[in-house]
Design a protein around this ligand. Structure first.
Ligand code: PLP
Length: 370
């Protein structure tokens, strides 16, 4: 078996790009034929590395890329990615940088800003169908679509997409999904009546892509599933594992405390090991007492306060040596915790664990064949 614990330096996040590819394939297999995949690589691909993940996703058949911010789109273009990119949050001052990127528009005022920026051409109009987090108010939709159609007829812009976002995508049986779908279809009819003929129509995120029957849509925006965050019990693989090394080992006596304020006091003599990662690296501070890591195939609990740069685990009577590999999280196949376990310990979602990994952790890429 391949040694999956190897770590260069103090710590690194190793991203298996073939797992990203496999996850894209898992999703694509389940989509209605003709539905394309937009790979959501915002926030540095949930901490995995936007350029590398984007390339892998495109290689596995995704045809669009999506990001939240202008600089994220520019990073992808600078790296040579040529697929269409949709960006959904930007400042008016950034628009002139976004030639060759599709931008989301929710209001007539935003539409005007784009029209005032001749280099930006392709627009996706966003309708708020119930998330109430952005998008056009349904009451203003007719005005927005008519104004857009007017400027499109003049050749100033192209309305390439119509879109919306689900509030309950990960709850397939929630009645909100059908309600949003109905509002979306109405919005689509009104847009066509205004004279628009968008080529991409998209509503669903990862979970919604697999559960919402939306024949009007021909594109799904896939984020979480790329990263193996499984909200629906399909077979996905988390591509990232976070590995480190034992930095120091010492023996302490019963009654001695560990880390700041001695929140933890050892009930018996034991061996403790120092791991050189802390909350500045994204190890959630509130997980001590619940969290454990894998060393020598054994789960060892974190004891005492997690500091900014380091934490301590209890090795019991196992005679660890400095330099031994430590797995903080991975896909779980070797007994290590997963990011989902860390999320549970921290009272959050795996997305936040991945996005929280700090800038001191280098990302390393590999391609295993799956
Ligand atoms: C983050 C995001 C997505 C991806 O959602 P997942 O649930 O991670 O698949 C899709 N669309 C928009 C607008 C987003 O902000």
């Amino acid at each position: 078996m391949k040694l999956r614990t190897r770590c260069l330096g103090l710590a690194e996040a190793v991203v298996d790009l073939s797992a990203v590819e496999a996850n894209v394939r898992q999703i694509r297999q389940r989509l209605r034929p003709g539905t394309e995949v937009l790979a959501v690589v915002k926030a540095d691909a949930f901490g995995h590395g936007a350029v590398q993940v984007a390339r892998a996703a495109i290689g596995a058949g995704a045809t669009w890329l999506g990001v939240a911010r202008a600089d994220e789109a520019l990073q992808l273009r600078a790296a040579g990615l040529t697929a269409p990119i949709l960006v959904w949050l930007y400042d008016a001052s950034e628009l002139m940088l976004l030639a060759d990127v599709d931008v989301s528009v929710s209001t007539v005022a935003e539409l005007q800003q784009v029209i005032d920026t001749p280099s930006v051409h392709n627009i996706h109009l966003k309708l708020d169908t119930g998330l109430h987090r952005g998008g056009s108010n349904p009451e203003q939709w007719i005005e927005l679509t008519r104004t857009a159609a007017y400027y499109e007829a003049l050749g100033a812009i192209k309305i390439r997409g119509i879109w919306s976002h689900l509030s309950h995508g990960d709850e397939p049986n929630a009645p909100q999904n059908q309600k949003q779908l109905e509002l979306f279809r109405t919005g689509l009819t009104l847009a066509r009546r205004a004279g628009l003929n968008p080529s991409v129509i998209h509503l669903a995120n990862s979970a919604g892509a697999l559960t919402l029957d939306a024949p009007d849509c021909n594109l799904v925006r896939i984020g979480a599933a790329l990263y193996g965050i499984d909200e629906l019990g399909i077979e996905l693989t988390p591509p990232m594992r976070l590995v480190s090394k034992v930095a120091q080992v010492r023996r302490i006596r019963a009654g001695e405390g560990i880390s700041y304020s001695h929140d933890y006091v050892a009930p018996h003599d034991t061996t403790v090991a120092l791991i050189p990662l802390g909350y500045a690296d994204g190890i959630p501070r509130n997980t001590t007492g619940q969290a454990s890591v894998l060393i020598r195939g054994v789960r060892m609990p974190i004891r005492g306060r997690i500091a900014m740069d380091q934490f301590v685990v209890d090795a019991g009577d196992i005679p660890l040596e400095p330099g031994e590999p430590v797995t903080i999280f991975g896909d779980g196949s070797q007994g290590e915790p997963t990011a989902a376990d860390w999320a549970e310990w921290a009272g959050t979602i795996p997305h936040e664990i991945y996005c929280g990994l700090g800038p001191r952790i280098p990302r390393r890429y590999e391609e295993t064949t799956r």
